[in-house]
Write a protein that binds this ligand. Structure first.
Ligand code: 5GP
Length: 195
């Protein structure tokens, strides 16, 4: 069975950049495409970035127990990992990398404890996070405020993770991420203290 590599972080911590980098440099990795009900952004592709669906469709899948984990982040804004997605990639002998929120990460780790490495990415400070989100330009004032509130909440989970990766200088972070993920794929928990 392949490994599950979870990257959770407050958005703006640089997690997406790290996940994309790892997908480029580590051959055995595939991205776990999540389901979501949020609106598709212009550069995003169905089935590549997310499986986009209506809230009703998402709720039907919850009822059918199709999800390993799911969250409703804001009213009617759901994100979740389909069991079928993990099974599909495992059938293809892949290791799977996830871009996921902290609660979802903990649920996957609980469901697959032996196969999972959970990595928490964090910016060096709250101000760095605010600067990065502002520079990205995708956030309204209201959504920026919501994201900062979530950031404070998400930080409280960091010690439940196997590894905390502080994203200060990106090139260093990418190297460190590559090293720990490759080590885990090869040797499992030999290098880690479990929480
Ligand atoms: P975005 O809307 O910017 O693509 O993602 C918002 C947040 O949802 C990010 O923190 C992302 O990691 C998280 N997310 C994406 N997919 C999933 C998923 O399948 N499950 C959970 N729990 N969170 C997810």
């Amino acid at each position: 069975m392949g490994k599950l590599i979870l990257f959770a972080a407050p958005s703006g911590a640089g997690k997406t950049t790290i996940v994309r980098h790892l997908l480029k440099v580590i051959d055995s990795l595939s991205f776990s495409v999540s389901a979501t009900t949020r609106a598709k952004r212009s550069h995003e592709q169905e089935g590549v970035d997310y499986y986009f669906m209506s809230p009703d469709c998402f709720r039907q899948k919850i009822a059918a127990q199709d999800f390993v984990e799911w969250v409703e982040v804001y009213a009617n804004q759901y994100y979740g990992t389909l069991r079928s997605e993990i099974e599909r990639l495992w059938m293809e002998q892949r290791d799977i990398i996830f871009d996921i929120d902290v609660k979802g990460a903990m649920m996957i780790k609980a469901a697959y404890p032996k196969e999972t490495l959970a990595i928490f990415v964090k910016p060096p400070s709250t101000q760095t996070l605010i600067d990065r989100l502002t520079a990205r330009g995708t956030e309204s004032a209201e959504s920026l405020k919501k994201r900062i509130q979530r950031f404070e909440e998400e930080l409280s989970y960091q010690n439940k993770f196997d590894y905390i990766l502080v994203n200060d200088i990106l090139s260093h972070t990418l190297q460190e991420a590559e090293k720990i993920v490759l080590q885990f794929i090869q040797d499992g928990y030999a290098h880690y203290e479990r929480h």
